[in-house]
Unconditional design. Sequence first.
Length: 238
Amino acid sequence: MLSVIKTAAKYLMLALAVMFLIAVSQKAARADEVTISGFTNGCFGLGCAPGASATVPGMTFSNSTFNGTTANGFRGLGAAPNPGSNFNNLGSFTLSTAPNSYNIPFSLEVTFTAPQGINGSNQATFTATVTGTVVSDNQGGVFVDFDNTPLVFTFNDSNCEPDPVPVQPGHHTTCGFGSFSFAVNDVSIDPGSSVPITGQINGAQQTSVPEPATLVLLGSGLVGISAKLRSRRRANRS
């Protein structure tokens, strides 16, 4: 009877070891947050070609790059404007104090470089209407009315390069599959000022691809357990 209890206990320990290895693998296979990076271009007018900068009388657009990781599925893109070297916004507008009236389309082209493997195109174009009147440095202004409809992107990124930025362990991966929504906000500009174009990532979620080391660990553990069980069965038969 004692021998049976010992054998049952050993089988139970082996089963718990299998469950532990599976749990470790599943934990490594989850990553809720998503790293987002890319750049913007823009242009004024119908049928225009977006570029790093664009100008109409009295008003200039400068493009931007962005990079960051979501928290609870959210990432804001609204850093202070720095025309010519914007970062972590969607570009910026600069409005002079020269008298002028505006009624012209604007196109903002957003290109995502991460996550990779975006289904369809990794680019999206948001259109806007620029309206307003500048009379002097303290009279008037411009309103940029974007189409604020969020766009949903899905991705399956199989390129498991090293983490681009240090983040909290278990909350980030550079490869996996998931989705996020992206939207651009309207902009108001005073004469003689620069403002950022802002936007946000919402609902970002991702399931990571298990790391090779984790798969090796799981496979080695299962092979060892299987060999142990076979050895135990042969001993019981003899």
